[in-house]
Design a protein around this ligand. Structure first.
Ligand SMILES: [Zn+2]
Length: 88
């Protein structure tokens, strides 16, 4: 009898865990790493080279003509600078 109750409880907790993962719990973890559309505009900046959104903390920063620019990677920053140099 106790075994059945235990199984029932385990099943209930498993169901709750699955529901949590498939619900909002899993989405928060996934959307932070991916370049999903910015939910928090204050923290997200757009890479002018490739258009990807990055967080200010995770971005590569550059100051060009007094303007602060944020890049997703060093390659993008170098490409952007190279493109500017070649254009003018
Ligand atoms: Zn980039």
């Amino acid at each position: 009898m106790i075994k059945i109750l235990l199984l029932f409880a385990l099943g209930y907790f498993a169901w709750r865990a699955i529901k949590k993962i498939s619900g909002d719990g899993g989405r928060i973890g996934a959307s932070r790493k991916n370049d999903s559309p910015p939910a928090m505009d204050a923290d997200m900046v757009q890479d002018p080279q490739c258009g990807v959104y990055v967080t200010r903390e995770g971005s590569v920063r550059a100051e060009i003509d007094g303007r602060k620019l944020f890049f997703c990677s060093r390659e993008c920053k170098e490409k952007y600078l190279a493109g500017r140099g070649a254009g003018k």
